[in-house]
Design a protein around this ligand. Structure first.
Ligand SMILES: [Zn+2]
Length: 257
């Protein structure tokens, strides 16, 4: 093989390697922040990415819910730029998936509650920081605060008992972004101050209905609200119930349905 041929083969191999994942994340919305906007990407259901200044945060990577499951649930996540931080809220299958984490965690730091850590294989445990409700840690120069997430309605407490999972507040570019996890309105949520954007779940029986979610918004007053984890719920009604209390932004969290 000639030198030129080797060089060409090498260049083609590099090009092929380059298409393994996109250089930039798809962005479905942006939140103004210092040092550049925060890009929000709704993957599906409760899975999302936040990107700011080259930092990629991946939240609850799991297979899509409903419909025919993909043959390989890792494929869509491997197509995204590698995350530096992975936030896991709790141990349910629509939030926590070992094969996906093993495929995409690379050099990332995973942040998770104890219940998730206990179900991880050793390779994932080695890159995971366990945080309890209320604790704050710093990862990649980013402040991450764990907020309790749980059901308050007695008949639903079996789904998410208090102390099991974490919601998170991530501070990016001076903005406080709250990812609530699977929760109803709680005293911990009501105590939150200065939330610039909140991802709030609304589906029964696992979290709350749209009226309860709208009441929560009026109580803790986030500036922007993204309904997520809402399969089957009427998010247009939610937006109407919130009215002028917050900037409700509806993204497509159930593509293909
Ligand atoms: Zn869930």
């Amino acid at each position: 093989m000639s030198i030129a041929r080797i060089a060409t083969t090498f260049a083609v191999a590099l090009m092929l390697a380059g298409v393994a994942h996109a250089d930039t994340l798809p962005s479905d919305d942006t939140i103004p922040a210092s040092n550049g906007d925060i890009a929000v990407h709704a993957i599906h259901h409760a899975a999302l990415t936040l990107t700011h200044g080259g930092l990629v945060i991946l939240v609850d990577p799991a297979p899509p819910q409903g419909g025919t499951p993909p043959a390989d649930p890792t494929v869509e996540y491997k197509a995204l730029p590698p995350p530096k931080i992975i936030l896991l809220t709790h141990d349910h299958a629509d939030h926590f998936n070992v094969p996906i984490l093993e495929a995409v965690s690379g050099g990332a730091t995973i942040v998770a509650p104890r219940e998730v850590f206990d179900k991880m294989p050793a390779d994932l445990k080695a890159k995971t920081k366990v945080v309890a409700n209320g604790a704050t840690i710093e990862v990649a120069d980013t402040s991450i605060q764990a907020v309790a997430m749980y059901n308050t309605t007695p008949a639903r407490q079996q789904f998410h008992p208090k102390g099991g999972g974490n919601g998170y507040i991530v501070t990016l570019g001076g903005k406080r972004i709250y990812i609530a996890g699977d929760t109803e309105e709680t005293p911990e949520m009501d105590a939150l101050k200065n939330i610039d954007a909140a991802f709030l779940p609304m589906n029964l029986p696992y979290t709350m209905d749209v009226a309860a979610a709208a009441k929560a918004v009026k109580d803790f007053k986030p500036k922007i609200v993204y309904p997520y984890h809402y399969s089957g719920s009427d998010t247009v009604k939610f937006k109407a119930l919130v009215g002028a209390a917050a900037d409700v932004r509806l993204l497509d969290w159930y593509p293909g349905s």
